[in-house]
Structures are given as C-alpha cells and as structure tokens.
Design a protein around this ligand. Sequence first.
Ligand SMILES: [Zn+2]
Length: 477
Amino acid sequence: MKLMLNRFAIVIAIILVVTGCSNQKNNTPKNIIIFIGDGMGYNHVNITSYFQHGELGKQVYDSFPVKLGMSTFMIGGEIYNPDSVWANFNFVKKKPTDSAASGTAIATGSKTNKAKLSVDTLNNKLNTILDIAENFGKSTGVVSTVPFSNATPAAFVAHNESRYNYKEIAKEMIIESKVDVIMGGGNPLFNPDGTPIKSTNERFVGEKEAYDMNVGDNSSTKFEEKIFNYVGGREVWNLLNDGSVGADADNDGVNDPWQLIQDRSLFQKYAKGETPKRVIGVFKSGQSTQVERNDSLENEMPFSAPLNEEIPTLAEMTLAAINILNNNSNGFVIMAEGGAIDWVAHNNLLNRTIEEQIDFNKAIEAACNWVETNSSWNETLIIVTADHETGYLVGPGSNVKVNDSDVDLWKPIGNNGKGKLPSVEWFSKDHTNSLVPFYAKGTGSSKFLDVIKGNDDVRGNYIDNSDIGNVIKLLLK
Ligand SMILES: [Zn+2]
C-alpha cells in the first residue's frame, strides 16, 4: 500500500512538473501587478515627465516592451472611433465613462453601465480576476491612495449596482471577500487633510452636505455615523480594531481575521521580512493620502506645501502589500491605484496632478525593482494603465480653428524644462473617452498584442479596457 502511494505521488509529481513546463511555455505569470492611474491620460504622463526630467521617455514604463493605447468607453457611452475623435474636438467629451464602469471592464473583461461595480447592466454578478485568482490558490490584494471602498479598488473585489453604496461595498470587501490585502484611505478618525478629529463638531461643520453628495447617502442616519461608511460602518470598524472580523481567505475552514494597521511605520515595516497573514491598512486620512493637505493654490509649485509625513506613499503601500502577498508560493494578483490623479484633474490643478503622478510613477519604479530583486520578468507581469482620462488636458491654444480647418486643433504641451511647470490648457472638469496609455512588461505581456482593436492616427494601435480582464483570465488558466 505504501509503495502504491509512493508511485501515485511520483505520477502526480510528474504531472505537476509537466504542467509547470507547459505553463512557462504559455507565459503563465506567477504574479500579476496592475497599476491604474485614475484619470491618467497621455498628457498627465507627459507633464510629469517634463517636470521630473525635462523630457519625455524617462519613466520606467517608457521602456516596457508593450506600449499601446487603450479605449475606455462604457455601455451607454460613446464608442471610441478614431476618425470622429480627431475630426471633432468635443467628441471625447460625449457621455464619458467613470471609474466604476471602466474598473469593471478591467477587472472582469465585461463592460457595464456607469456607476456599476462588477455587475452587468442587469446587475448580475461578474467574476473579477481577483475572484478567479483566489480560485487558483493565489493571494490577492488592492491598494489605493483614496478610500479603499472607492470605485477602482472596489471594482476588483466587490459587486454592487452602485459605487456610492460605500457601506455595503466596504462590508463585502472586509467581511465576505477572500482578498488578503486591502490598503487605502477613508479613516473615520481623521479629517480629509490628515489632522486627527478632536471633536465631532470640528469635522462636521460645513462638511455634511459635501459628504452626503460624495457618498450618495441622503439617509436620515446621523452624520457622525455616516463617516464610517467608507470602512463599512462603525460596527465593522470596531471589529477591525478588535482583530475579530474576516472570512476564511485560504479555504482551510478557519476564519482569517484582518490585522488593521494605520501607522506609516507599519506600512514601511511590512515591506520586508515577516508579516501578518492578512492586512487591512487604513492610512490616517479621511480621504486621500495628500491632496487635501492644506490649501491647494493654483500657482503653488508641486511639493511647495510640505507632505503629511504621517501617511505612507503609494510606493510604501505597494511594497508592503506585495511582501505580504508573496508569502503564498502560488503567487499573487494585485491592483495598485494612484486614485487622486483623477481628483486633482477634476479641479484642473496642475501642481497637484504632477505630485500625484510622481507618487504613482515612484510606486511603479519600486515594483519593478522588487521584480528584479525578489522575482523575475519570467514569472511576473506588470501592467501600467488608466481607467479614463480626466480634465481633457492638452496644450495651450488648442481648439482654435485656423481658416476654418480642423488641422492642428490639438496643440502640444509646452515643455518649460525640468522643475518648471509645463504650459497646458484644460478643456473639461470631467472625464473624457480619450485613449489612455497601456504599458506591459514581463511574462504574458505579449498576449496583449494579439487583441488589438484598431489603429489610431495619433496614438497608434490600441486595445480596449475589457481586454485586460479577458487576457488575464486566459493567462491565469
Ligand atoms: Zn473622476
């Protein structure tokens, strides 16, 4: 009997080795790291390159082997059509997508309507690539510079007919999901500028209406309870503090409660060495990492207002998340979001857009270094892209017709050299359906060249946001 068992084990071992080999031939990545710059169009990258380097082409992802455009339109929106886009300046402003619809397309491979999170247009649940990765025994996580229950991270974990149901969304992420790492803002003990709430009145003066609008919660629930919505309500927050909430994340029949961290030093500590099994990091801001810190004056230079040192950078959070997820020898899938690029672009704030884009760029550099030090491009895939463009950011003097002709409606960004603000003009306070950049490097990255949807006169070959979900599903199999 013992001998038979041994033979059985050998046969299994051979099957595993053979499958392993064929997986490598099929470019199956062990680890997948997806970076989403929320609202990051081509020119958000360009203005930041001019500011950081005085020239284009110096970002770590500029040297990735796969560089394409990507369409982001939603169901019920205006389908991307290169001919219309470059013939009519305002075409991309028609019915733009949002982070929920685009996040759903990226996370599931299926497009949906505005505001829906990983459900189809009839509100049927769609499996996300994180759901699927969990079924293959991988670890999964989401990281963001804005509240973790906001649309982009939520689209990878939760399933809800409205992105504004923050309390339900956060509850699904914390209580029901099997993800292993969640990191983001929305801390109920801190104001949006990162100062601790001393008394309830201090925070609530003048904030209630804006908050109700933001979170879509006009219920009669007391405002001091609503500020817990981002983290699933006061009860869930208390359970997180007690370390007594969390589903069975690894299918061993035992619950895996979350360890809650809030101090920047712990985010930094967990970037190396031993870590808890399952971590939820809620940094010390009621909203984003840095964009609400003191007043944003339009003529301020980037970083002229000191950063809040109590809050981790996206690079620090991403490295901690990767180190925690890397405890699993089956590998991991993680989405890390520069979530506030979109927020400042909505306000057409050039200085803060550059700050947020630099924070995002540094996180990608850190992840590339991690791959080269702790993994390899033969086992890890990195994708860098956006869910949509925000602000219709172009060069100054755009959309001025010369002799009734449509040529040269789009003027280039003015490069004023390293450390100088570039010259720009914003044409929207909302999102656009412009193509966004897509970069990929590592095993499996060439698969995106097989799904090209069309050729754009200005941006070249482009894929669609739903191709990310669909290609990753194939790569995971
Ligand atoms: Zn937005």
